[in-house]
Design a protein around this ligand. Structure first.
Ligand SMILES: [Zn+2]
Length: 682
């Protein structure tokens, strides 16, 4: 038996590597076992290595198809294996799968680093790039070529000699520092807790008391405790009438990563900033923010600063007005002096209860999971003509459901919903494509999953936040399902970070359309529509305390931006103080994440110089939905068509700013966001 034939036999035996003769070529979950993953991954990595070597060593003159097209086509087996593995590792993990994931992560990191470090391959990409104007490329091909080359250049492929060696050192050190930063933060969060007596529990709602008792058991003490976990300390600050305890807890929360000793993050943050600046300069950028923002819709630090400051002033004015109200409430409580940061949440909660109290328990029966799925599907039908038909196929867990998505009788996608919380699922909610849409080297229709963590009940009832999450993830799913591009690397949600939340956050707006709630938010037993008074409360609660939330967020985003735009500061705390003072941060509000525990920025590179992107997306989604309202309503057919044509179908095949302008006729403005957050008079 020849080597090749033997390999083929192994593939035949491993269900992950076979051709899937299932409906819509879905992964045959009923035939896959955990023992298949490791050998399948090894074989798929070897196959990808061979494909990459063949592209790098090809004798024919480099052209688009034999370099860029071939790179797009390579790795098909790897995508199949990882598509299935990451789905089950995130949504239905087991100790075995966790062990596999620990083994796979460094393997995959090494594999992809070796691809971008392949000098022969990069030389061929460069050769195509040099000839790009003579190759008769389509717009999408030109874009894929630019993005491919840019990815290689940004990872250091064009560096040689000392610069190349130094880049490798910097990357290794940054990875080390990021891990250390995270571990220090976890250590500080783990070590601190404050014991509470039974009398200290007065005023705390049952769920906070239960969480505090459970936390005490975890810490090995007999009574309840407050820890620095956001899900415990935030409700404690909201509900505890004990000002002295709030102050103590708040101080510990704010000091994470800055307590001196072995777990202090301040010097680590400074070193990270210095190394990032050096890395950006080695690659030819003025500073790290310029390097980081090049790939984003924002493109420049100036554009980010302009956006943040446009929101800052009205948010600060609102927060200052709110602070006056809260301080008066405090004074009439018999507490003198200035409102402090540890007072804000407590008095804001009292005010919320007085002005907007919404009875969650009474609301839930109107928001059954079935009704909200129907609502999300119905909006997609009215906007884009999509139809959803339940599909009986084997999936990885009994709680998963699948639908075939069609339009005018033609197959569009398979949509999978995995909605319920369980121990084997990581927290949060997400959307992923087990298979992304593409037409090269062959047509492939997307297989898209939404994973959520809703409580399973009979029937399952959602909170309003849950319902919004369902719409949010479904918006991501639409971006994948309606994708209509040739090359997979620019398909669906493969777009800039500050653009990827536009379809998802925009879709949340349809849940807030009164006619949608009136039609679908019906009582699960009686079938009656939600009372109008409740509907008004639901819609009105959305912009409560937005001055505070916007201020604490923008303060963090500006510090992140300024840290990376210019020379790295030697003393991060002094620089942070200088930036906040310059902005005029109100006395009773602190940064949402101060530097020594700003994990978004220092635990890795994901959100460094990118924390602004949440606000950027929100500005766009508010502005984009306003386009529908201006055009005649939430279901305006012309706008829906434009949204699909210009944004949802295009993925990353066109620059994000250009896509938005085609849709809106201009770049996004902040007015709709300020109005939506109640920060200007509507
Ligand atoms: Zn999202």
């Amino acid at each position: 038996m020849s080597e090749g034939a033997k390999k083929e036999d192994m593939s035949m035996a491993n269900p992950l590597l076979q051709d899937w003769d299932t409906p819509f070529e879905l992964a045959p979950f009923d035939r896959i076992s955990d023992a298949d993953f490791a050998p399948a991954l090894d074989e798929a990595l070897a196959a990808h290595d061979a494909e990459i070597a063949a592209i790098a060593n090809e004798m024919a003159e480099p052209d688009f198809d034999n370099v860029i097209g071939a790179l797009e086509a390579a790795g098909a087996a790897l995508e199949k294996v990882l598509g299935v593995f990451f789905t089950v590792a995130g949504a239905d993990s087991t100790p075995k799968r966790e062990e596999l994931q620990r083994a796979f992560s460094p393997k995959l990191a090494r594999h992809f680093a070796a691809v971008t470090a392949n000098k022969a391959l990069f030389a061929r990409i460069e050769a195509v790039w040099e000839e790009r104007d003579t190759l008769g490329l389509s717009d999408e091909q030109a874009r894929v070529l630019m993005l491919t080359r840019r990815g290689f250049v940004r990872s250091g492929a064009a560096l040689a000699g000392d610069a190349d060696a130094r880049m490798k050192e910097i990357k290794a050190r940054l990875a080390e520092l990021g891990t250390k930063f995270t571990q220090n933060l976890l250590a500080d969060e783990r070590e601190w807790f404050m014991e509470l007596s039974e009398a200290d529990l007065d005023g705390l709602p049952d769920f906070v008391v239960d969480t505090a008792r459970e936390a005490g058991r975890e810490k090995g003490v007999t009574g309840p405790v407050v820890t620095l976990s956001r899900s415990l300390i935030v409700p404690f600050l909201q509900f505890s009438p004990r000002r002295d305890l709030r102050e103590k807890a708040f101080a510990a929360w704010g000091a994470r990563g800055a307590n001196g000793g072995a777990y202090d993050n301040r010097a680590i943050a400074a070193e990270i900033l210095a190394l990032r600046e050096e890395r950006a300069k080695l690659l030819g950028y003025a500073n790290f923010a310029a390097f980081k923002l090049e790939t984003e819709m924002a493109k420049t630090p100036e554009a980010v600063r302009e956006l943040l400051m446009a929101v800052w002033e009205p948010a600060k004015a609102q927060a200052e007005a709110d602070a006056t109200v809260l301080e008066e409430m405090m004074h009439s409580d018999g507490v003198n002096g200035q409102l402090e940061p540890w007072d804000w949440r407590y008095y804001a909660e009292k005010r919320r209860k007085a002005e907007h109290d919404l009875d969650e328990a009474a609301l839930k029966p109107y928001l059954s999971l079935e009704a909200m799925i129907s609502a999300a599907f119905s909006c997609a039908n009215r906007l884009f003509g999509l139809e959803f038909k339940p599909l009986e196929v084997p999936l990885y867990h009994a709680d998963c459901r699948a639908w075939e998505v069609t339009r005018d009788g033609k197959h569009v996608a398979v949509f999978i919903g995995d909605y319920f919380a369980r121990g084997s699922k990581r927290s949060g909610a997400w959307c992923s494509a087990m298979r992304a849409q593409a037409k090269y080297p062959r047509e492939q229709a997307p297989v898209v999953i939404n994973v959520c963590n809703f409580n399973k009940g009979d029937p399952a009832l959602l909170s309003y936040d849950d319902a919004r999450t369902l719409f949010h993830e479904f918006g991501h799913a639409l971006h994948q399902m309606l994708s209509d591009v040739t090359y997979e690397s620019v398909s669906g949600t493969s777009v800039a970070r500050d653009f990827v939340e536009l379809p998802s956050q925009l879709y949340e707006h349809w849940l807030e359309v009164p006619e949608v709630l009136r039609e679908f938010a019906r009582h699960v037993d009686s079938g009656e529509a939600m009372p109008e008074a409740m509907l008004e409360k639901v819609l009105g609660a959305a912009n409560f305390d937005q001055g505070f939330q916007t201020v604490e967020y923008v303060a963090s985003a500006m510090v992140d931006l300024e840290f990376h735009d210019g020379a790295a500061p030697e003393d991060v705390m002094a620089r942070q103080e200088e930036i906040l003072t310059g902005m005029g941060l109100p006395h009773a509000i602190t940064m949402r994440h101060a530097s020594p525990h700003f994990a978004h920025v220092f635990s890795g590179d994901g959100y460094s110089s990118g924390y602004y992107s949440y606000m950027w997306s929100e500005v766009m989604d508010a502005d984009a939905f306003a386009a529908f309202e201006e055009a005649g309503g939430a279901f305006d057919a012309g706008m829906a068509q434009s949204l699909e044509e210009n944004i949802l179908s295009k993925g990353g095949s066109v620059d994000a700013g250009a896509l938005y302008e085609r849709f809106r006729g201009r770049l996004p403005g902040v007015e709709a966001l300020l109005k939506g957050r109640g920060l200007v008079d509507a």
